[in-house]
Ligand binder design. Structure first.
Ligand code: ADP
Length: 461
């Protein structure tokens, strides 16, 4: 592929990831365009871009960031070369990527046909099956009625989990402990999936008891060549959503880690991928690993991998979109062998949620905002500043605190120290709960799995 210089990028997102992408562009000498809904007119991200345009007149805040035609027309009017979708919103939307391709705009991510495949969990599981990568037993395609599920359940047994093919963010998932719970779970999962993804397509698989969530960061160039950037452990979750992530996943056996990385690269190389992506696995109590899904986009926790490998994943995405291939000095990745980890990184997601009120998102004006930086701390913030208004329209992530150090405990201690220096007043946050989790002995010894958080709800103070 010919190198195609990108001079101007429109960031089709908001909050911390918009800032992250704008910064990467600036470091590469690329001009940036932010888009914002009226509800974001005082948000920090729009002040970081070279140009900012209001979108979504008469639309809800959420729908504005999903307004494909308006965003593409704006990009064309403003002489933009490429669109970075961040995560969420349009990032996994194959139609949007196809429209960008048609209009001559570079979509910074996989090509539309691949996005279609990788954004669908059923298609991905089939790809894994074809490549002899272990998957969790369950339906081979979508399931529609209880009889179909009953037949599969007779084979694999309860508990089961119902999942949405287009799922993300833990939505559309329901644990089914026995046959009596099936009808209700099926109905509510289908309703939730339909509402969230405009697709009620569901599948089922065996529910593993408290597995670990392990994921491999990959980068693929325009020739299909793929490198892995090691793995992250994202087992600290609440309602299937990640709260604390760390890397590398030192607590697993070295052989398991190597197998997981090899399977991740195999799946991606044989599937025709492009750009940065994440291959997710669950690891059972028996140490066996199972592929669950691919996230064909930048992820919230990419920061952990950047801190342990020194590779700027967002810059790499942009360079690959310009036609750079591995190995290239610009990409800073000469070969797989040259990718090394250095120490450990831990990320805690600070959200404006109230743990004492079932983690309900809180809103209001921030009357005081102070963070703790210093040695070994990276802060990727969204809209945190004194005077900022926290609205109910978007997700509640306010800042990611990433601590890194030569040792795991050192990285945890830096993260705790930073959180202790943090002072946010005017809206409630999960800060104290995060500190308690990070101080927990089981977590500090690397023993925490996906069952950990539920057992620690008493740490809410
Ligand atoms: P999403 O795309 O909504 O994030 P995932 O498929 O990535 O959903 O799963 C999110 C989390 O749900 C996993 O990290 C894990 O904790 C839990 N989970 C998913 N599938 C299973 C399963 N078969 N058994 C047990 N837990 C599961």
């Amino acid at each position: 592929m010919e190198k195609q210089r990108i001079k101007k990028v429109l960031v089709a997102n908001r909050g911390e990831i918009a800032i992250r992408v704008i910064r990467a562009c600036k470091e590469l000498g690329i001009r940036t365009v932010a888009i914002y809904h009226d509800a974001d007119k005082k948000s920090l991200f729009k002040t970081k871009a070279d140009e900012a345009y209001q979108i979504g007149q008469g639309k809800t805040p959420l729908k504005s960031y999903l307004a494909q035609d308006e965003i593409i027309n704006l990009a064309l009017n403003k002489n933009v070369d490429a669109i970075h979708p961040g995560y969420g919103f349009l990032s996994e939307n194959a139609d949007f990527a196809a429209q960008c391709e048609e209009k001559g705009l570079i979509f910074i991510g996989p090509i539309s046909t691949m996005l279609d495949r990788y954004g669908d969990k059923i298609k991905c599981k089939n790809l894994a099956r074809e490549n002899n990568i272990p998957i969790i037993p369950g339906s081979t395609g979508s399931v529609k009625n209880r009889e179909e599920i009953k037949n599969i359940a007779d084979e694999i047994g309860f508990p089961l989990i119902i999942k949405a093919a287009a799922g993300g963010g833990g939505r559309g998932m329901r644990l089914v402990k026995d046959f009596d719970q099936l009808d209700e779970a099926l109905a509510s999962a289908s309703k939730e999936a339909d509402r969230a993804f405009s697709s009620g397509e569901l599948f089922i698989e065996k529910y593993l008891e408290s597995p670990r969530h392990i994921e491999v960061q990959v980068l693929t160039d325009n020739t299909g060549k793929t490198v892995h950037l090691f793995e992250r452990d994202c087992s600290i979750q609440r309602r299937y959503q990640k709260i604390i992530e760390y890397g590398p996943a030192f607590a697993l056996a070295e052989e398991t880690r190597q197998n997981i990385r090899a399977d991740a690269v195999k799946l991606i190389e044989n599937g025709g991928y492009l750009s940065a992506g994440t291959v997710e696995f669950l690891v059972g109590k028996d140490g066996n690993h199972y592929f669950i899904e691919v996230n064909p986009r930048i992820q919230v926790e990419h920061t952990v991998t950047e801190m342990i490998t020194g590779i700027d994943i967002v810059q790499a995405q942009i360079l690959i979109a310009q036609g750079y291939n591995l190995p290239d000095p610009e990409l800073n990745i000469p070969s797989q062998e040259s990718v090394k980890t250095n120490g450990f990184a831990v990320q805690a997601r600070v959200t404006t949620e109230d743990p004492r009120n079932d983690f309900r998102p809180d809103t209001g004006r921030i009357s005081l905002y102070r963070t703790g930086s210093g040695n070994g701390i990276r802060l990727d913030g969204g809209n945190g500043y004194t005077g900022a208004e926290i609205t109910p329209y978007f997700d509640s992530l306010i800042v990611k605190v990433i601590g890194s150090d030569r040792t795991f405990k050192g990285a945890i201690n830096k993260t705790i120290r930073s959180l202790e220096e943090m002072k946010i007043q005017g809206v409630k946050t999960n800060r104290d709960f995060l500190i308690n989790l990070l101080n927990d002995q089981e977590f500090r010894e690397g023993r925490a799995d996906t069952g950990f958080l539920d057992q620690k709800l008493q740490l809410i103070t």
